[in-house]
Ligand binder design. Structure first.
Ligand SMILES: Nc1ncnc2c1ncn2[C@@H]1O[C@H](COP(=O)(O)OP(=O)(O)OP(=O)(O)O)[C@@H](O)[C@H]1O
Ligand SMILES: O=P(O)(O)OC[C@H]1O[C@H](OP(=O)(O)OP(=O)(O)O)[C@H](O)[C@@H]1O
Length: 340
């Protein structure tokens, strides 16, 4: 392909979601009921975040029945309707205030904000990091090739589903390379092309010198003979709200419920008995979310400790507690929570 013709020939990802005109009639017709008195909550309709979101809704006791093929579900126990949308489109719907709440990746929000910067009334507010969907948007090149640094891709062909973040990244890189001579308006030398999926195939197929794609375990990248040379964005799933939600109290209630479920998934409750003389050392190991609860035992000189510990740290904490003289260490899964 001729240099300089790529961007002109291949339209980049459109600003308006592809489903915009299709979704509105669906919403209007769905179930023959008015949505005007309901808070609208957008949930990824498929993909990596879908099942985790359904589990979160279930854990928050948000009860709904979704008819097959319908992208809307009325919630039975709250004035709420769930709208199932592509994760990439959710920042647009929430950002424009068409939908009040949403779950999507931080990467999708940042991609959207590149072309629709937030204003006082538009754009999204992050309510909560949901602690799943963690991955990195990374610049990748063939593992056995000559390209070693992201700068080596300047002027070359880069394929991605995140054209706006990729453009912002290479624009900054090109400006840095140009030193004081770089202008913000200078035409982009790097040629960026949008593909909707299977981005990792682009180098092997000869359409790209490098790609910008999501990496979690790195299996997809390695299987495609690629290696990561730089990170554009660190991402995880987030709960977002519009700037002027229709029912702020319900937004707060749903957010508190979701926060409770996420906290319950993130922490375990650990209890143990320890001599009072060893208590200070033990409390340094298990500091708790706020502070440990200490109860005096009937047995002279002993106390019982009850404390929340991050699930990912519990095995090490148990080893350290044992070494510090703790006994009867029990760890319990939390079903749900409301904490400060
Ligand atoms: N491997 C992964 N590990 C963790 N989170 C991921 C992973 N891949 C994607 N995500 C998160 O899930 C979001 C949606 O990605 P996903 O590929 O599932 O989208 P999708 O809506 O199914 O679109 P597509 O049709 O492009 O597959 C991403 O923006 C990212 O935040
Ligand atoms: O590092 P890994 O654990 O291998 O995960 C990374 C892969 O996951 C996502 O794709 P997905 O499988 O959702 O399909 P897609 O390519 O159609 O987006 C992403 O686009 C990567 O290809």
């Amino acid at each position: 392909m001729e240099n300089g013709t790529w961007l002109d020939e291949v339209p980049k990802r459109p600003h308006q979601p592809r489903t915009w005109s299709r979704e509105l009639p669906i919403i209007a017709d769905a179930l023959g009921t008015s949505l005007s008195d309901r808070l609208l909550f957008a949930v990824p309709k498929k993909g990596r975040l879908h099942q985790a979101c359904l589990d979160l809704l279930h854990g928050s006791d948000i009860q709904f029945h979704r008819h097959s093929r319908l992208d809307i579900a009325l919630v039975k126990n709250h004035p709420l309707a769930l709208i199932f949308l592509p994760a990439a489109d959710i920042p647009t719907f929430v950002g424009e205030g068409r939908v009040d709440l949403g779950i999507t990746g931080r990467d999708q929000v940042e991609e959207h904000e590149c072309i629709a910067p937030p204003t006082e009334t538009t754009g999204v507010t992050e309510v909560l990091d949901l602690d799943f969907g963690k991955c990195k948007l990374q610049v990748q090149v063939p593992a056995k090739g000559d390209l070693q640094r992201p700068e080596d891709l300047i002027g070359k062909n880069v394929v991605t589903s995140f054209t706006n973040l990729t453009e912002r990244y290479f624009r900054k890189l090109e400006a840095e390379q140009a030193g004081g001579n770089g202008s913000a308006d200078a035409p982009l030398k790097t040629k960026i092309k949008f593909v909707g999926g299977s981005v990792e195939a682009a180098c092997a197929l000869g359409v790209a010198d490098g790609i910008v794609d999501l990496v979690e375990s790195g299996e997809t990248m390695r299987a495609a003979g690629l290696k990561a040379i730089s990170t554009v964005v660190d991402t995880s799933a987030i709960l977002i709200k519009s700037k002027q939600p229709s029912k702020p109290e319900l937004v707060d209630l749903i957010s508190a419920r979701i926060r409770g479920v996420i906290t319950a998934q993130k922490y375990v409750l650990c209890t143990y008995n320890i001599k009072r003389s060893q208590l200070e050392a033990a409390c340094k190991i298990t500091r708790g979310k706020r502070a440990p609860t200490i109860t005096t035992l009937e047995e002279e000189g002993w106390v019982a400790v009850s404390v929340m510990v991050e699930r990912k740290n519990i095995a090490v904490a148990m080893d350290q507690l044992t070494a510090a003289g703790a006994e009867d260490i029990l760890v319990m899964k939390l079903e749900n929570s409301r904490t400060g």
